[in-house]
Design a protein around this ligand. Structure first.
Ligand SMILES: [Mg+2]
Length: 414
C-alpha cells in the first residue's frame, strides 16, 4: 500500500544559483541555491587568495548544470560534478563542489525541519572542542597571549611566535588583533625563512609556555610546511617533553611517504591536510597510520559528502579529525563544519578563529562559543545565512598570500 508522498520527499527543483563575492573584513565567496518551493541553501566557496577562480568555475561551469535538478539528490549531483567532469580534483574544483554540496545539505535540512547534525546521524557529543590562536612577536608576547586565551575559556591553544632574526615568521600578526595573512599588497609579500633559527627557537617557546601555564592546557603548533622530513623528525623529538596535542604540517605532504621518516623518530602527534582536497591526498597517510589528525575541511575537500568519506576511512585507523578553521573560511563553512564535528565519531578538535564583527553581521549564525567549546544551534540546515544587501556594501578587495625565501634568496614553502 502506498500513501501520499511526504512533503519532505517532494522534489525541490533548483531554479536559480548564484555566486556572491563580498569582503566584510576579508574576501568570501558564497554560493546561494534557490528552489522552486522557496527553500534555499548556501555554501562557502572561499579559496583564500584564489577567490575569483572558484567564482568563475561555479558561474561558468557548475551553475548552468544545476538548474532544473532536484536539490534532494545530493549524492547524484556530487557524482555528476566530480565524476562527470573530466578534470577531477584540485582545490578550485573541489571547493566549487563543496559549495554546492554544503548548500544542498542546508536545503535538505530546511526541507526536513532538522539541523544538519541530525541528518548525518545525530549528536555524538555536547560541544565541539576548539583551539584558538595565540600569536606573539616574541616568546614573552606569546606566553602572555596564551594567558588571554585561557582567561577567555579556551582549553586548547595553538602557539606561534616571532623567531629572532627572521622577519615575517609564519603565524605572527602585523599588529594587535591583525590577521597575519594575506598581505595588504597587490603582489605577494616576500617573507624570510631560516630553518636553523626556527629549530633553535621553537623548543624554547614551548618550554616557556609550560613553565608559565602548567601541564593542563592543550598546546598545538603549526610548522607551515617549512621543514624537510628529517628536520621535522628532529623538531618532533625536541618537543616531546612539552606534550603537544599536535605538530601541524611539519613538511609538505605531496609525498605522503615522507611522513614515514618523521613517524620513525618521534611520538609527538602529527596533523596534516588543510590544503588537501581529496581522499587520495591522504590515503597513504591514513592507511599507514603516519598521522594522528586529518585536517581536511568542508569547503576545500568536496563538502560534507566527501569529508564524511575521509573521516570514515580515518576512523578505521584511529586517525581523528581536526578540521582547518581559520578566518579564511566563512562562517558558512564553520557552521557546516560544527554540525559535522557534532556528529563525526572520530572527532579530534576543531580550529577556531573568531571572525571580524562585520563578517558575523554579513553571515548571521546560531553557533556559539562556550567554555572552550563551540555549540551548534537547532536551526534547520547548517544554521548560517547571508545578508545579501549588507554583503554588497563590502566589495571584493584583491589580496595575496605571502611567499617565503631562505636567507640566500631560494624560494621556500610559505
Ligand atoms: Mg595550518
Amino acid at each position: 500500500m502506498t500513501g501520499p508522498t511526504p512533503a519532505s520527499c517532494i522534489p525541490l527543483i533548483i531554479r536559480d544559483a548564484r555566486v556572491i563575492v563580498t569582503c566584510p573584513g576579508r574576501n568570501f565567496v558564497t554560493l546561494k541555491i534557490e528552489t522552486d518551493q522557496g527553500v534555499y541553501g548556501i555554501g562557502d566557496a572561499t579559496l583564500n587568495g584564489r577567490e575569483l577562480s572558484v567564482a568563475s568555475y561555479l558561474t561558468d561551469h557548475v551553475v548552468p548544470v544545476l538548474i532544473g535538478r532536484d536539490a534532494h539528490r545530493i549524492e547524484d549531483i556530487w557524482q555528476y560534478l566530480y565524476r562527470g567532469a573530466y578534470w577531477r580534483r584540485g582545490p578550485v574544483t573541489m571547493t566549487a563542489i563543496a559549495a554546492v554540496d554544503t548548500a544542498l545539505w542546508d536545503i535538505k535540512g530546511k526541507a526536513a525541519g532538522l539541523p544538519l547534525y541530525q541528518l548525518l546521524g545525530g549528536r555524538s557529543r555536547e560541544g565541539v572542542l576548539v583551539y584558538g590562536h595565540a600569536n606573539g612577536a616574541d616568546i614573552e608576547h606569546t606566553v602572555e597571549t596564551v594567558g588571554r586565551y585561557r582567561e577567555a575559556g579556551y582549553r586548547a591553544i595553538r602557539a606561534q611566535s616571532g623567531v629572532p632574526g627572521v622577519k615575517g615568521a609564519y603565524g605572527v600578526g602585523s599588529g594587535a588583533g591583525k590577521i597575519y595573512e594575506p598581505a595588504d599588497t597587490a603582489l605577494p609579500q616576500e617573507t624570510l625563512w631560516s630553518t636553523p633559527a626556527y629549530l633553535r627557537h621553537a623548543p624554547k617557546l614551548f618550554e616557556a609556555i609550560r613553565v608559565a601555564h602548567g601541564e593542563e592546557i592543550e598546546l598545538l603548533h603549526d610548522v607551515h610546511h617549512r621543514l624537510t622530513p628529517i628536520e621535522a623528525a628532529r623538531l618532533g623529538k625536541a618537543l616531546e617533553e612539552y606534550r603537544l596535542f599536535w605538530m601541524e604540517d611539519a613538511t609538505p605532504a605531496e609525498n605522503q611517504e615522507a611522513f614515514r621518516l618523521i613517524r620513525q623518530h618521534t611520538t609527538t602527534p602529527l596533523a596534516v591536510g588543510e590544503i588537501f582536497n581529496s581522499i587520495h591526498d591522504c590515503r597513504t597517510l591514513i592507511q599507514e597510520q603516519l598521522i594522528d589528525f586529518i585536517r581536511t575541511t568542508v569547503v576545500h575537500a568536496g563538502g560534507i559528502t566527501h569529508l564524511r568519506r575521509i573521516a570514515d576511512l580515518a576512523g578505521l585507523y584511529q586517525v581523528r579529525t581536526g578540521s582547518h578553521g581559520a578566518t579564511d573560511l566563512s562562517p558558512v563553512c564553520m557552521g557546516a563544519a560544527l554540525h559535522f564535528d557534532t556528529w563525526v565519531p572520530n572527532f579530534g578538535i576543531q580550529e577556531y578563529m573568531a571572525h571580524a564583527p562585520e563578517t558575523d553581521e554579513v553571515f548571521p549564525h546560531d553557533y556559539r562559543f562556550e567554555d572552550g567549546y563551540l555549540k551548534v544551534g537547532d536551526t534547520p540546515g547548517h544554521g548560517v545565512d547571508i545578508d545579501e544587501s549588507l554583503a554588497t556594501k563590502y566589495p571584493y578587495n584583491p589580496k595575496q598570500l605571502p611567499v617565503a625565501r631562505l636567507e640566500d634568496g631560494t624560494l621556500w614553502n610559505w
